[in-house]
Design a binder for this molecule. Structure first.
Ligand SMILES: [Fe+2]
Length: 387
């Protein structure tokens, strides 16, 4: 995160003995990236964050992914995936490679405590609402929100009683950040960036759970699978924190589109950069306004990437007739030239704007397919341009 926040009770100077509310000293934790050389926050705990009393392996229900072979464009229908479960263990892994896993979940209950030690997570809320509760506090999220959860943040997703939330989840193996080119040398968003600090939301206040006096289990995803750490007391004991590393949210509706008289490449829609991938946001905007403009994407071969599009809301002019609709995911792999469906260039000629909302994930290594993807695949899609 490019800028500093201070939440709750934080001493004026760091690394000094600080009395806690119960008479003892607070326990200071530096949570930091890249050793001590990256972004970090200092958290002030009531109890030792290291106090675990047991650890054991946990079963990982995820089956291995399989190659996209024969090499084909794919259309996955997320509305056809089984709903239910919580926002962590109920995820269906659809696509992935060594840099990330793309998963889907329609959660109808709150998750238990969880931290992903493999990398940052980017959670896009397709429908419904949920609170991200973490050691940093509570961060409410609703439709159209991206939520970035830093690696190893202890958190849980809380779904309201009787509610349901649909989430597209990118589990990265590294960090997820605003594109570097949007930032000044000192980390401020530049005037030309399509969003800025004032569009970002962080936890509003500390979240101290003193009701749970006994042990608390935390599910940990790590290189070798899943483990459960039993903490002596609730990890939600942070009375204050300060720094530049914390969960944050950005609404896709606060992303300002950049348009031109002729078609702009996806580059202008970039929202995040990851290690081995980028994420772009397509939002309602005027169409290209040159009188001869081709208003839907021309055929293109991104020879160095696989392209994933999640169709969130609105019309999808370029995909009319392909079967693509709300909740669809398309995968256009490297080695395949993709473009608009037949007739869409002509149909768009008189249109002045698009109401589409879509999330694109371009990966720089080929993507494999999860078993759940195979169950909701539209097998006619690869041939939909040849009509
Ligand atoms: Fe494309």
């Amino acid at each position: 995160m490019p800028y500093f926040r201070s939440v709750g009770d934080v001493p004026r100077k760091r690394h000094l003995r600080t009395p806690g509310p119960e008479g003892g000293l607070l326990y200071e934790e530096l949570m930091g990236e890249e050793g001590f050389s990256g972004g970090s926050s200092l958290l002030y705990h009531l109890w030792s964050p290291s106090a675990i009393v047991a650890a054991e392996p946990a079963a990982d229900p995820r089956a291995p992914l399989a190659p996209n072979a024969p090499l084909l464009p794919r259309h996955l229908r997320t509305p056809s995936l089984p709903a239910g479960g919580d926002a962590v263990t109920g995820r269906h892994a659809l696509l992935g490679n060594a840099d990330l896993t793309i998963a889907w979940v329609a959660a109808d209950r709150s998750s238990s405590l969880y931290r992903n030690a493999l990398g940052d997570e980017l959670v896009y809320v397709q429908a419904g609402a949920a609170d991200l509760e973490s050691v940093f506090g509570r961060l409410p999220a609703g439709p159209g929100d991206y939520v970035v959860v830093p690696r190893s943040t202890t958190h849980r997703w809380v779904v309201p009683e009787g509610g349901r939330v649909e989430l597209l989840v990118v589990e990265a193996r590294g960090h997820i950040r605003p594109p570097r080119r949007y930032l000044s040398p000192t980390g401020q968003f530049l005037e030309a960036a399509p969003y800025c600090e004032r569009d970002l939301r962080g936890p509003g206040g500390p979240l101290v759970d003193t009701s749970a006096g006994g042990p608390a289990d935390v599910l940990v995803r790590h290189r070798d699978g899943l483990s459960v750490h039993r903490h002596a007391r609730s990890p939600f004991d942070v009375v204050g924190w300060a720094g530049c590393l914390y969960p944050w949210a950005l609404s896709i509706h606060d992303f300002e589109p950049i348009v031109g008289s002729i078609h702009q490449p996806p580059h202008v829609h970039q929202t995040f950069q990851g290690e081995g991938f980028v994420v772009c946001s397509f939002v309602p905007r005027p169409y290209d306004f040159h009188e001869g403009a081709i208003k839907v994407p021309y055929h293109h071969a991104n020879v160095d990437s696989d392209e994933v599009l999640f169709y969130s809301e609105g019309d999808f002019m370029s995909r009319a007739g392909s079967g693509i609709g709300k909740g669809s995911i398309s995968l256009h792999p490297g080695g395949f030239v993709h473009g608009p469906q037949p007739g869409s260039v002509e149909r768009a000629a008189d249109q002045t704007r698009t109401e589409e909302v879509a999330v694109m994930i371009d990966t720089f290594r080929p993507l494999d397919l999860g078993p759940a993807a195979r169950t909701v695949e539209d097998e006619r899609y690869p041939w939909s341009w040849a009509t």
